[in-house]
Design a protein around this ligand. Structure first.
Ligand SMILES: NCc1[nH]cc(CCC(=O)O)c1CC(=O)O
Length: 305
């Protein structure tokens, strides 16, 4: 009987994702043995520093990838949003599963919608992408850093440190916290992160046996969309500290990809869109449109900070 060891971060959302993969493996391959190995990463330990000053989200992923390369585990389960554009030598994303709701959630205990917040109200988010888009629509708000796992962020809101916070709808729903969502922000207002809402499974490239077992877990529609978003991101520099957003969706036989690059203060917001059936070409097309509008200068400015 095949046996698979799943490596995951120890946060409740990461463990939910690992169990989701385990359950899908059980369903697809009756009799398979699956073990979940939880790891605490330095990204989880250094929860007080702003994420974008710590080398970004790659931090959460890197140590699990090391365990994968060392063959301590056979697969690593990630939120695709946290996976850098390029995998290390010898590793690859072998499967992307069906996507949850892609939107960002506005969560508040005092108001239902961001437009109801008073000037200067504090909104918590460490994401430059969320900050820039929120400030573009609601320039009267103040966006402050907010770190920690989903439960920690909600606790900081409940303690009154913020009037509202922004989180992913997907994470809240997966943790049965959907009732905390005040408003799911339309993607026209808050275009999601590349890969948001999708769970991805990484393997060693040479591990053909595990790759074959994971075939059954692939959701082809989601996988193509996330590939298109990641193709755009790779050309733009692929650094998760950047305020870059993208969303690909199927419209009939082709995908429709929207992309965005923002300056962190929300003053400049570049947008592009295209449709096509080849995810790599589609990502390139939208990235080139953003570059033609001056995206490189914004990206360079942020990287030099
Ligand atoms: N950066 C943390 C992270 N990584 C993935 C999710 C949510 C679930 C997802 O998008 O798949 C979250 C939390 C959040 O942004 O609220």
């Amino acid at each position: 009987m095949p046996q698979i060891r799943i490596g995951t971060r120890a946060s409740p959302l990461a463990v939910w994702q690992a169990e989701h993969v385990r359950d899908a493996l059980y369903a697809a391959h009756p009799g398979i043995q699956v073990e979940i190995i939880r790891m605490t990463t330095s990204g989880d330990i250094l929860l007080d520093a702003p994420l974008h000053s710590l080398g970004g989200k790659g931090l959460f992923v890197k140590e699990i990838e090391e365990a994968l390369l060392a063959e301590h585990v056979d697969v690593a389960v990630h939120s695709m949003k946290d996976v850098p554009a390029q995998q290390p030598e010898g590793l690859e994303i072998a499967a992307i599963m069906a996507r949850e709701d892609v939107r960002d959630a506005f969560v508040s205990n005092s108001v239902v919608h961001p437009e109801q917040l008073k000037p200067g109200a504090r909104v918590g988010s460490s994401s430059l992408r969320r900050r820039a888009q929120l400030l573009q629509h609601y320039p009267h708000l103040q966006v402050d850093d907010l770190r920690g796992n989903v439960a920690t962020r909600l606790r900081k809101l409940d303690e009154g440190q913020y009037e509202a916070i922004i989180l992913a709808v997907a994470g809240l729903k997966r943790l049965q916290l959907g009732a905390r969502i005040s408003t799911a922000l339309p993607v026209e207002q808050s275009l999601p992160a590349v890969g948001q809402g999708a769970v991805g499974i990484e393997i060693r490239s040479e591990d053909t046996q595990t790759r074959a077992l994971l075939q059954a877990l692939i959701d082809p529609a989601t996988q193509q969309c996330v590939l298109a978003e990641r193709s755009m991101n790779r050309i733009l520099g692929g650094d998760c500290r950047l305020p870059v957003a993208a969303l690909a969706e199927w419209r009939g036989q082709s995908m429709y990809l929207r992309g965005l690059v923002a300056s962190p203060d929300g003053a400049r917001l570049l947008r592009a869109e295209a449709d096509g059936a080849d995810p790599v070409v589609l990502g390139q097309t939208v990235a080139e449109q953003l570059l033609a509008q001056g995206a490189a200068a914004i990206i360079k400015e942020i990287q030099s900070q």
